[in-house]
Design a binder for this molecule. Structure first.
Ligand code: AMP
Length: 146
């Protein structure tokens, strides 16, 4: 999908926002929703998406929505770090299919990095649902503790 493609209100993340598709949530407020990536690149890979935006990517977003959204990204990233004590954390955001974007609703990836454990490929292997639930419980507690 090109950088300037129209927003599709039936994309997977729009359905998750509307509650039409399940997700393992770790945070939500009026601005953003954060949930576990079901094809994680590492243990604890979390996604943060705006609730009301109709932006397919960062470039087409309304600049005014980005400040509040990035605050949520930082909050969730701090919660992930608190919960899982990674050695590093990658915050990633992809624009356009040629760059690797697969879901066309603006989102940020929070990918904990553990020394000695290589990241898995992007949108690759499906996680065990029970493992995702257990990581999400820790991350929720990490976010609440911040
Ligand atoms: P991107 O390729 O940057 O658009 O990222 C989309 C991400 O969404 C990928 O990391 C996928 O693994 C992830 N993903 C796709 N479908 C779902 C879903 N139903 N629930 C959670 N994560 C998903």
């Amino acid at each position: 999908m090109s950088l300037s493609a129209e927003y599709d209100p039936n994309n997977i993340f729009a359905k998750i926002v509307r509650g039409e598709m399940p997700s393992v949530k770790v945070f939500e407020d009026e601005i953003a929703l954060a949930f576990m990536d079901i094809f994680p690149q590492s243990e604890g890979h979390t996604l943060v998406i705006p609730r009301k935006s109709k932006a397919t990517n960062l470039l087409s977003a309304d600049a005014a929505e980005l400040g509040p959204l990035i605050e949520r990204v930082q909050r969730v990233a701090n919660g992930v770090v608190k919960a899982l004590s990674p050695d590093g954390v990658r915050v990633m955001q992809i624009n356009g299919a040629p760059a690797g974007q697969t879901v066309f609703h603006l989102h940020f990836h929070i990918i904990p990095v553990f020394e000695g454990t290589p990241l898995k490929r992007h949108a690759g292997e499906r996680a065990d649902p029970a493992r995702l639930e257990s990581l999400a419980a820790k991350i929720r507690a990490g976010i609440a503790a911040k």
